[in-house]
Design a protein around this ligand. Structure first.
Ligand code: FES
Ligand code: FE2
Length: 421
């Protein structure tokens, strides 16, 4: 290698080292958020829809990296570690329930009690000394509103409603459940996308907006004072924790321009805003202003008056592992009228919520999260991002979540290093 090449290489290497050192510097005030790549431990999460697990059914799921077998036996949902202590077989790959009380491993017949997880017998060796001496982890489960919630952690679980945004579990809440799907992005990007005031621009691509002729904007902007003024924190000891922003004081920009080198500028206007009078534009944005958007521990979003005035949209970004999250979405109305409730669970919920919101709107959010994942997962994005003023609301959430997390999930938990009794 010539001296000149060596010098150039050294110089390049020096630059890389410097840039990395700069990126890895300082701890952030939201360090817990940065550490929670695998999710927050000791919280409740939606794991499946009730309708996807009939009597006698079972399936393997992944929650915060932990592999879990979920089954319904005699009407009751059980969630068990999907890993045989003998030699690690996943029960879910060939589930074997000889009785309603037991799960048998299909490899060497170890048979477990599905209520407490203990090894009850071994079909081939009923006198084995191992019997009664080892167990599977049993996960606390609650089934409410057509959703199966599982608690992932080691502590005595707090009541479910501490981890579900207000309104969802109300007696008169009628919950329309969309089919959940997996997204190739870390769960934290889900939280940050849903709440991001600057992300509204992506919904100019959304079918719901196009079909309704509803312009969105180049992104919300608010002054710091207005953000503080319109954000309400909920940090009760005995209830859900989260915060909510009213959209009322936000500025929506429909026009923009790009300065050109010759001193002139290229003017732009959002396609769906073109040809509309100021009054018409104001009228449409007034509808958006009625809404509120809130983030709730451990990983969900609640949007009121969306997409219809009487509907509340809930979504959960459930960590599946560090590179995927499961996207649960629910359209909720509150009513004591049985007929209205029945209609909502049928065609009303489908036409007024699922088709516009799930099929025609949030798909663009899902796409954006996937596009952002590589930077954060592989390119030090959490350290290298260059935040600007509207992002203050994201850092507010990061700090809030860091304050209220009951624990951090780690890769070791996903490999089965956790408490079993
Ligand atoms: Fe399950 Fe052997 S691996 S009994
Ligand atoms: Fe969105």
């Amino acid at each position: 290698m010539s001296d000149v090449t060596k010098e150039l290489l050294d110089e390049t290497q020096g630059y890389v080292e410097q840039a990395k050192a700069k990126a890895a510097k300082a701890k952030k005030p939201w360090q817990t958020w940065l550490d929670a790549e695998w999710g927050f431990r000791n919280h409740w999460y939606p794991a499946s829809l009730s309708r996807d697990l009939g009597e006698g059914d079972s399936k393997g799921i992944e929650l915060l990296g932990e592999e879990i077998l979920v089954t319904r036996q005699e009407g009751k949902i059980r969630a068990l570690e999907d890993r045989c202590p003998h030699r690690g077989i996943r029960f879910s790959s060939r589930p074997l329930f000889y009785t309603k009380e037991t799960l048998t491993c299909w490899y060497h017949t170890w048979t477990f009690d599905i209520e407490d997880g203990n090894l009850r017998t071994i079909l081939s060796s009923p006198d084995s000394k191992m019997i009664g001496k080892c167990s599977l982890k049993v996960y606390p489960v609650e089934e409410r509103k057509g959703v199966i919630f599982i608690f992932v952690g080691d502590i005595e679980p707090p009541p479910l409603h501490y981890d579900v945004a207000p309104g969802f579990l109300d007696d008169n809440a009628v919950v329309y459940c969309a089919e959940p799907y997996d997204i190739n992005s870390n769960w934290r990007l889900g939280c940050e996308n849903g709440y991001d005031p600057g992300h509204q621009f992506i919904h100019n691509w959304s079918e719901m907006c196009i079909n309704a002729g509803m312009h969105t904007s180049y992104g919300y902007t608010s002054t710091k004072e207005d953000v503080l003024d319109t954000t309400r924190y909920v940090e009760l000891e005995d209830g859900p924790k989260g915060f909510t922003r009213k959209v009322e004081k936000t500025t929506f920009r429909h026009e923009a321009s790009i300065p050109l080198k010759d001193g002139s500028k290229k003017d732009l206007m959002l396609p769906l805003a073109r040809g509309k009078s100021k009054e018409e534009l104001d009228q449409l944005t007034a509808i958006i202003r009625l809404g509120t958007v809130g983030l709730w521990m451990p990983a969900s979003l609640k949007v009121t008056t969306f997409p219809a005035p009487h509907c509340t949209h809930y979504e959960f970004y459930v960590p599946k592992n560090k590179d995927e999250h499961t996207y649960f979405q629910f359209g909720v109305i509150h009513t004591d009228d049985e007929e209205e409730a029945e209609r909502w669970l049928g065609e009303d919920g489908r036409i007024m919520w699922e088709v516009p919101a799930v099929q025609g709107f949030t798909v663009d959010d899902a796409f954006a999260r996937e596009q952002m994942h590589k930077y954060y997962a592989e390119e030090d994005g959490w350290q290298r991002e260059r935040l600007f003023q509207p992002d203050v609301e994201l850092t507010m959430w990061r700090q809030f979540a860091s304050r209220h997390a009951r624990g951090i999930q780690t890769e070791d938990h996903s490999r089965g290093y956790f408490k079993r009794d």
